[in-house]
Design a protein around this ligand. Sequence first.
Ligand SMILES: C[S@@+](CC[C@H](N)C(=O)[O-])C[C@H]1O[C@@H](n2cnc3c(N)ncnc32)[C@H](O)[C@@H]1O
Length: 219
Amino acid sequence: MTFFDNAYLGVPTWDIGRPQGAVLRLARAGLIEGSVLDAGCGTGENALLVAGLGHAVVGVDLAPAAIAKADLRARARGIAATFLTWDALRLDELGRVFDTVLDIGLFHCLQPWERRPYAASLHAVLRPGGRCHLLCWSDRNPFGRGPERVTRSAIRAAFRSGWTVETIEGESLETRLPEGEAHAWLARLRRGPDRPAGSGRPAGSSGKHDLAADRDRRP
Ligand SMILES: C[S@@+](CC[C@H](N)C(=O)[O-])C[C@H]1O[C@@H](n2cnc3c(N)ncnc32)[C@H](O)[C@@H]1O
């Protein structure tokens, strides 16, 4: 049994029983468009919020127990949403394309070497020009509490190829931990410009040094 399967036998610290405030803010700002994939959807609260707003939503999670709970919640509330036990590193095998992807807390669960394959997996299911909104545990949180602390430059590095990192802003991630809210990064990632065949770098890229990434590396 994996760490996540085990966690969903109870109520994990990230499962707050309601959508994240950050997702509500994205919805109110009109930043959630068309069909939506919720990658690492857990028990489905964010996906169900978005489905309730009229979007066609698919939620995927590696933990069958999370998907079973999400399915139950959807049925109990009469909300149409599809939940699948699926590895977010193999999204190309879904055979679907979405207008928007949400990642609320999945990226920081991945091993560092899984991040670029994950970005490629998301790329395969997002329409060109579509956006991924990624909310993750930030390096502004103290060391030793919670999951892997993620820097902005790590997000930029993972989404270096085939993506435009539009913004990475400070947000909060609500939890069931005693302190309640944690520091998070909210990244707005647009699919494209895509790498033309045979090119060593994304179309439109000057190939110049990534000054923004350097800025993020400074203390
Ligand atoms: C911190 S939880 C967040 C869950 C949910 N988004 C929420 O806000 O409650 C991270 C989730 O990612 C899932 N996960 C981890 N690795 C995954 C993978 N490779 N593919 C799909 N889901 C994965 C875990 O099972 C877990 O449900």
